[in-house]
Ligand binder design. Structure first.
Ligand SMILES: Cc1cc2nc3c(=O)[nH]c(=O)nc-3n(C[C@H](O)[C@H](O)[C@H](O)COP(=O)(O)O)c2cc1C
Length: 389
């Protein structure tokens, strides 16, 4: 795919223009998308998380998300998943946020709950649902909860327990408490994970929500859990800090959650203080590897554009965005306000400086800290001299 190449006389690329969301300014529009590391111990972060997030802050990203972080212990996908369900977790995350901020990036957290997709083995063991015999390996299975007693459509998935109305209230309270701990831990952006077939998506989609009470039925009923979580989080999440929401803009194969539903949900979210909608897709009808939409570069961008145009929300684009000119074109055309990358950053953590170079940002090496750029600028001079001879 080819993208318009920036002309030399044009002003600095938008990708490297700072963006201000409420009281928080990111130095550029590059977002490290949340990426589960499956390296937590009892929910808490380790040195791995510090080095991993710290690496992206050093490399010049504007916003550094950690990973989906469970608001309850039973809301983790695996025993190794991150959580912020205890005050004892706060200090570990604070170490990360302080380092990320000191390196000029905005520290961000994504709060989630796996619902019926909890109690699984690690990705290296293909997320196999845990069974009693896994106890011998120290991996005890636990009871999953969901909107309804409908198991995830994969072999061996247990039937989850449908949450009662009072239990829903308690889960919403856990979300609020995790948001409060996120403030104490020093995060400046909080994203609520409403996508990928996890608990919130299980409430949104009729594929998993068969309730006949106030939390089910029509769109309004199915959105209620998500909206109440947002309202609860906003009571503790500071007014001057932005709130993001990640939505699966469309369900998995055979899905019943449509883009129209996403637009409607986004309108309600904006009214309740959500600033940025991250558009993703799928996850409810099968594993995340199941294709919902053709995996072409920027496959969620049209969803971002529509949500942005029809709701006034800012949007964050994610999904196979790897080319700097493509990222720039998404921003320039007003389809999204932020560009999130996941796998490309696993491959090339220094993508920001490579993108700055490709887009012709003057002094592009300054994307890096002086511990790197001082030497690299001199290497550049040397190269120019050698080339001139
Ligand atoms: C290792 C890994 C872990 C991920 N963990 C999360 C997560 O915690 N929360 C989330 O919303 N998405 C998660 N994702 C999805 C990514 O954030 C992103 O939406 C997806 O990979 C598409 O972007 P990409 O093409 O740039 O990789 C993960 C992806 C990868 C590769």
């Amino acid at each position: 795919m080819s993208y318009p190449v920036s002309k030399p006389e044009r002003k600095a690329p938008l990708l490297f223009e700072p963006i201000t969301l409420r009281g928080v300014t990111a130095r550029n529009r590059i977002v490290v998308s949340p990426m589960c590391q499956f390296s937590s111990v009892d929910g808490g972060p380790t040195d791995w998380h510090l080095v991993n997030s710290g690496k992206y802050a050093i490399a010049g990203a504007g916003v550094v998300f950690t990973e989906e972080t469970a608001v309850e212990a039973r809301g983790r996908k695996t025993h190794e998943c991150a959580g912020l369900y205890s005050n004892s977790h706060i200090a570990g995350y604070r170490r990360i946020t302080e380092f990320v901020r000191a390196r000029g990036a905005v520290p961000a957290i994504q709060l989630g709950h796996a619902g019926r997709k909890a109690s699984c083995d690690s990705p290296w063991n293909l997320f196999r649902p845990l069974i009693e015999s896994d106890l011998a390996r120290g991996l005890a299975p636990w009871t999953c909860v969901s909107a309804s007693a409908v198991p995830a459509p994969r072999e061996g998935s247990p039937v989850p327990v449908a949450l009662s109305v009072s239990e829903i209230g308690a889960v919403i309270g856990s979300w609020r408490e995790a948001a409060r701990r996120s403030v104490d831990a020093g995060f400046d952006i909080c994203e609520i994970h409403g996508a990928h077939g996890y608990l919130m998506h299980q409430f949104l989609s009729p594929l998993a929500n068969r309730r006949t009470d106030a939390y089910g039925g029509d769109l309004r009923g199915r959105m209620r859990f998500a909206l109440e979580v947002v309202e609860a989080v906003r009571t503790v999440w500071p007014h001057d800090r932005p709130l993001f929401f990640r939505v699966s803009a469309m369900d998995g194969p055979g899905g019943m959650w449509s883009l129209e539903d996403t637009v409607e949900l986004s309108r309600e979210l904006v009214q309740r203080g959500v600033d940025v909608i991250t558009c993703s897709s799928g996850g409810i009808g099968g594993p995340m590897s199941t294709e919902v939409v053709p995996r072409v570069p920027g496959y969620h961008v049209p969803y971002c554009e529509r949500v942005r145009r029809e709701t006034g929300a800012r949007t964050c684009a994610v999904g196979l965005i790897t080319e700097p000119h493509h990222a720039e074109q998404i921003l320039q055309s007003g389809q999204a306000d932020l560009i999130a990358l996941a796998r490309e950053l696993l491959y090339d953590p220094h993508w920001p400086v490579h993108a700055a170079n490709a887009l012709g940002l003057p002094g592009y090496l300054d994307v890096l800290p002086r511990e790197f750029s001082w030497w690299l600028k001199r290497r550049e001079q040397l190269r120019t001299l050698t080339a001139d001879q």
